[in-house]
Write a protein that binds this ligand. Structure first.
Ligand code: TXA
Ligand code: MG
Length: 352
């Protein structure tokens, strides 16, 4: 039984009357979940501190975790950010609209609570048609974190939003599964050196082509030891299913052997085990009584990204106690997938 209304929309041609109703909810200070090209967002009027307060409450999100402001056009960009550098404008020209979020100096129009009191603001111009239509109709920038309960995997379908937020928000726009499936790349352009704070839908390689001095925040890079990397203190629990997550990285054949061994040992402890694998690895798990879900072929990381959060949620729904999964190499979209798996495992990756 859903108590939050769900409007089904065709992403190719969203019904203007329904979009206008959603825009009216935003202008009235309410909360609307909507699809973007990355994941579903939980939106409120970014210029209304009380509306933004409702986002934190609905998500049970700590007030010290700042929210991304979504904009429709350059006019709104100038409203929410100030003192942008030439390099920041180059990134806007190259990647907006799209899966890149820029951290910029916050404009006075944006209430400090949106940014948890920071002097900066994270800004993104989404390319998804429903998100763009909603922004155009609302005529205000929309503050929107991912539309999941805090620390749960992000929502890539309207059903995921219902699972987490039904009855806590005013309206859900259902535009089907999101195309990219992992969140935007967050790039801080306020310091001397452009710094990636979160890898995401825009690859590090494509950023580096325009920003040769690009830095990636350390907590995402120091990962090449042969031992388990344990640094959960640096990471908030995030993207976590209810099951414990066991992530393996490294040479393909050895990593798969280690995954099989871990799955077998968890089974022998009486645990119910899910394995999240790439199609090529499926035969290696023959004969084990595990629940299997696939991220598609190892060669199509786009598919893996698009399926990742839904797969974690589906294995949870099957009631598994543990999920054994292999992280892809950190190239292209692999960097974002690796990051999300690492956080789902609370920082612990076994390098084989
Ligand atoms: O793809 C996405 O980015 C999705 C869709 C809905 O746009 N949004 C999203 O929002 O993933 P959220 O709240 O789940 O993640 C926002 C990230 C967090 O890691 C947050 O710490 C960072 O952006 N962030 C937001 N404002 C910031 C700021 N002023 N400085 C540094 N980091 C910031
Ligand atoms: Mg999130």
């Amino acid at each position: 039984m859903s108590s939050t209304p769900v409007y089904k929309l065709d992403p190719a041609a969203p019904d203007p009357a329904l979009i206008e109703q959603a825009a009216a909810v935003i202008r009235g200070g309410g909360l609307v979940a909507f699809p973007t090209e990355t994941v579903y967002g939980l939106g409120a009027n970014a210029l209304d501190a009380q509306a933004v307060e409702r986002i934190f409450a609905a998500k049970q999100r700590p007030a010290n975790d700042p929210i991304i402001v979504h904009i429709h056009d350059d006019r709104q960009l100038r409203l929410v950010a100030r003192d942008m550098t030439a390099a920041a404008w180059r990134m806007v020209e190259a990647f907006f609209p799209g899966a890149l979020t820029l951290v910029l100096h916050r404009g006075d129009a944006v209430p400090p609570s949106v940014s948890s009191g920071l002097p900066t603001v994270a800004v993104r111009m989404p390319s998804g048609t429903i998100a763009r239509a909603l922004l155009a109709a609302a005529e205000v920038p929309i503050a929107a974190p991912s539309a999941n309960t805090f620390s749960r995997p992000s929502a890539t379908t309207a059903q995921h939003v219902v699972q987490d937020l039904d009855g806590r928000i005013d309206l859900i726009l259902d535009g089907g599964a999101t195309a990219i499936g992992v969140e935007s790349t967050v790039l801080d352009m306020t310091g001397d050196t452009p710094t990636v704070l979160r890898p995401g839908g825009v690859t590090l390689e494509s950023l580096r082509a325009l920003l040769p001095n690009l830095r990636v925040r350390e907590k995402y890079t120091a990962m090449d030891s042969k031992t388990a990397d344990v640094s959960p203190g640096m990471l908030i629990k995030h993207y976590a299913p209810r099951a414990t997550v066991h992530v393996f990285a490294g040479d393909d054949a050895e990593a798969i052997a280690a995954m099989r061994q871990r799955a077998a040992s968890l089974l022998s402890e009486g645990k119910r085990v899910g394995v999240l694998l790439f199609d090529e690895e499926r035969p290696q798990f023959d004969g084990l009584r595990v629940d299997i879900d696939s991220l598609g072929s190892i060669d199509t990381l786009e598919t893996a990204a698009a399926r990742l959060f839904a797969a974690l949620r589906d294995l949870d729904a099957h009631g598994v106690d543990a999920i054994v999964v292999r992280a892809p190499k950190r190239k292209g979209l692999g960097a974002a997938i690796y990051d999300r798996l690492r956080r789902a495992a609370q920082g612990i990756i076994t390098n084989v």
